[in-house]
Design a protein around this ligand. Structure first.
Ligand SMILES: O=C(O)C(=O)C[C@]1(C(=O)O)C=C[C@@H](O)C=C1
Length: 131
C-alpha cells in the first residue's frame, strides 16, 4: 500500500459522523465535536502506543521461543498488575479497569508468543528431518 493510500484512509475519517446529527442543539453539537477531537487524538496515540508495545513483545516472543521459555510469566504479571493498579489510583482511573485492560493485552501477547513458539518448533522439526 502506498503512502497516499495510507493518508487517504486516515483522511476518509469523518470526525463529525454522529447518529445525533440534527437532533441536538447546534451549540451542544459544537461542544461535543470539540471534546471528540481530543478523544480522536487520544485514540490515535493509543493505537501507536499499542503497536509499539506489540513490537516489543514480539521480540520477547522470539527470545522465549529460541530459548524454550514459557509464554507466560505469572510473577512478572503480578508485579505489573500491582504497579499499574497503584498508578491508576494515583491518576484517578479505576484500578480494576486498569487491571482488566492489562490482562486483556497480556492474554493477546501470550497468544502471539504461543504462535511464535509453535512456528519455531515447526521450523526446527523441518530442519531436523532435512538433515
Ligand atoms: O515480559 C514478558 O516475559 C512478556 O512475555 C511480556 C508480557 C507483557 O505483555 O507485558 C506478556 C506475558 C508475560 O506473562 C508477562 C509480560
Amino acid at each position: 500500500m502506498t503512502a497516499e493510500h495510507h493518508a487517504s484512509q486516515a483522511f476518509d475519517f469523518d470526525p463529525t459522523a454522529s447518529s445525533l446529527a440534527g437532533e441536538v442543539d447546534p451549540s451542544v453539537m459544537e461542544e461535543l465535536l470539540s471534546i471528540r477531537s481530543s478523544i480522536d487524538n487520544i485514540d490515535a496515540t493509543l493505537v501507536f502506543l499499542l503497536a509499539e508495545r506489540f513490537k516489543a513483545t514480539q521480540r520477547v516472543g522470539v527470545l522465549k521461543a529460541r530459548h524454550k521459555l514459557p509464554a507466560g510469566d505469572p510473577g512478572r504479571e503480578a508485579a505489573q498488575i500491582s504497579r499499574l493498579r497503584n498508578l491508576a489510583t494515583e491518576a484517578h482511573l479505576d484500578p480494576a479497569f486498569a487491571e482488566k485492560f492489562l490482562n486483556f493485552i497480556i492474554s493477546e501477547v501470550i497468544r502471539h508468543h504461543e504462535a511464535i513458539s509453535a512456528d519455531h518448533e515447526r521450523q526446527a522439526g523441518r530442519a531436523d528431518s532435512a538433515s
